[in-house]
Design a protein around this ligand. Structure first.
Ligand SMILES: [Ca+2]
Ligand SMILES: [Ca+2]
Ligand SMILES: [Ca+2]
Ligand SMILES: [Ca+2]
Length: 453
């Protein structure tokens, strides 16, 4: 049955490729525009596959649509020719639904179905799919996380052996008693330690006791094993939890997990690396530098290829348009150190790159005079007394008020920045204190920039 179906598809695709060639030979701009491109080929392939699929099977997107589509070109066996991996769902009335994928091989100008190149698992949806050479044998495996009909998430690892799909391993969440319970899963794959074997980070969440477990798994000697786990006590769930794998210091790769706290509604960041197949957690759960009132993505603020962790120092939780944000970077000998502090104001599109000497000492008060927006920057002295050091005035370009009226001529004023909407000028209130922090009318310009382009 399937073989006949396969030839049928070949017919459709051959016809498409022939017409593709003839249209590209006519060199008019319109014709060139209609030349089939990658997306069109995918669309044709999709409709080709759909036409020959059984009526109760549809192509579906895995939930991580940013990385993986319904139809994917992947060279699974690394022979220089792409295979097609198409994700599907089978729905038969009165029966459990099934999800999975089929693999097609390129054959000249068409794609052929493989008789054993298909897998279906009892399930409702595909939560994640990816293509990685998990067992380091030179062929990419297909990793598919799916939700089964009992709402349990499972992760299957499949390989293409010749023309046949083989299940290499399955990860299912289990509780201590060994029986699966209602848990959700989340997966991230990358290199963490330096053994050149992909590390699989699998998060499981138990909504009953609010515990999140971060598992470390990999596939060595053909066996998928969970090597270590770390438990977090009160995250709110996995849907708002983000996992990143990357450089956590100049020397080490690691995992950064941002998770929402169930108790205070804020976010917590946790950083781990892997040594001797075990997680080493370098953050403590009550470190205030790792706790922040709302989510801000990790970044590389100083462009040194090492992840920097943002922490909101002071802001309004209601108005997220402005905040002081500290950035922390980790090193093995010094632990976390502050490498940057920035005051962002998104409403008026400017940021202040706080000089090192002023980290943690500045505060800002915002006022309005006529059409001008006035930001008074204060520094807290050793005695804890706030002292005005400079004032930033954002003047709307549309302003009709004469500059001379609003300017205090006795104090030094510098234009530090201009955008389409505003002219930004700084008035130095206390040159003496500013000089203590190496700031003066000549260099104060350098600490200002746009908040966004
Ligand atoms: Ca191939
Ligand atoms: Ca492999
Ligand atoms: Ca590894
Ligand atoms: Ca960095």
């Amino acid at each position: 049955m399937k073989r006949i179906v396969g030839i049928f598809l070949l017919g459709i695709l051959s016809a498409f490729f022939l017409s593709g060639c003839s249209s590209s030979s006519a060199k008019t701009p319109e014709k060139l525009l209609t030349k089939p491109n990658y997306d069109e080929e995918k669309a044709i392939l999709s409709s080709g596959i759909t036409k020959v699929m059984f009526q109760n099977v549809t192509l579906i997107f895995p939930d991580n649509t940013k990385d993986v589509g319904k139809i994917n070109y992947v060279d699974l066996d690394e022979d220089g020719v792409n295979e097609v991996v198409a994700f599907q769902k089978k729905d038969i009335t009165g029966k459990d639904t099934e999800v999975g994928f089929m693999v097609l091989r390129e054959n000249g100008e068409s794609y052929n179905f493989l008789e054993s190149g298909e897998t279906l698992e009892k399930g409702k949806k595909i939560e994640y799919a990816g293509f990685y050479d998990i067992d380091s044998d030179g062929n990419k495996e297909i990793i598919m996380q799916f939700k089964d009909n009992n709402n349990l998430s499972k992760i299957g690892i499949y390989s293409l052996n010749g023309n046949e799909i083989k299940t290499e391993g399955m990860i299912e969440p289990e509780d201590a008693s060994g029986k699966p319970n209602e848990k959700s899963l989340s997966i991230k794959i990358g290199y963490i330690d330096d053994d050149n074997i992909y590390d699989i980070v699998v998060l499981t969440y138990d909504s009953e006791n609010k515990k999140m477990t971060v598992n470390l798994a990999d596939m060595t000697d053909g066996e998928l094993k969970i090597k270590d786990s770390v438990v977090y006590d009160n995250p709110r769930g996995l849907s708002e939890t983000r996992v990143s794998i990357g450089n956590i210091s100049k020397e080490k790769k690691g995992v950064v997990i941002d998770m929402p706290n169930d108790t205070d509604q804020g976010m917590m960041t946790s950083v781990l690396y892997v040594e001797n197949d075990k997680f080493v957690k370098i953050t403590s759960d009550d470190d205030p530098r790792m706790i922040t009132s709302y989510y801000i993505p990790i970044t590389d603020i100083n462009n040194d290829n090492v992840i920097d962790i943002p922490c909101i120092v002071s802001s309004s939780t209601v108005d997220k348009s402005y905040a002081f944000i500290d950035y922390y970077q980790w090193s093995e000998d010094r632990g976390f150190s502050r490498i940057n502090e920035i005051y962002y104001n998104y409403s008026y599109n400017f940021r202040v790159n706080v000089p090192k000497e002023l980290y943690g000492l500045l505060s800002v008060e915002q006022n309005y005079i006529n059409e001008d927006i006035i930001f008074t920057f204060r520094v807290y002295s050793d005695m804890g007394i706030p002292e005005d050091i400079f004032t930033l005035t954002a003047k709307p370009k549309t302003s009709k008020i004469d500059d001379n009226q609003s300017l205090n001529k006795e104090k030094a004023t510098v234009i530090v920045m201009e955008t389409e909407d505003y002219t930004y000028q700084v008035t130095i209130n206390n040159a003496e204190i500013l000089e203590q922090y190496n700031l003066n009318t000549k260099n104060i310009k350098e600490i200002f920039a746009r908040a966004y382009e």
